[in-house]
Design a protein. Structure first.
Length: 114
């Protein structure tokens, strides 16, 4: 058995410049926790695998393709592979969500404009 405490997982350097921590990183899948402070956002990007987001706390706006919608705590959001997506913290509190990529991406993420 392997146990990991969120606070003990190192924040990883990332192109978004936000608090992102891989709490599970295996050959089969990657599970990341992202925390966006009020006003922070991710850069629009595409991933080569399907992505599921689960909001742990706060609320924000998620954009997937041409759709934009507010999502709050206890909400699951699905994003198909190769579709541009982005998160914005439009609230006044931290927005924290799980990101599940499965299978583990074998290719790099593509950022909008690249």
């Amino acid at each position: 058995m392997i146990l990991r405490k969120f606070d003990e997982v190192e924040v990883m350097k990332n192109p978004h410049g936000v608090d992102a921590r891989n709490i599970y990183d295996a050959e089969s899948a990657v599970l990341t926790v992202i925390t966006l402070k009020p006003g922070e956002q991710l850069k629009p990007h595409k991933t080569p695998v399907d992505v599921a987001f689960f909001v742990l706390e706060g609320k924000g706006t998620v954009e997937i393709g041409d759709e934009k919608q507010e999502a709050e705590k206890d909400t699951l959001v699905e994003s198909p592979m190769n579709i541009t997506h982005c998160w914005y913290n439009t609230g006044t509190e931290d927005l924290r969500f799980l990101v599940l990529k499965a299978p583990r991406p074998g290719r790099k993420t593509v950022f909008a404009g690249n």
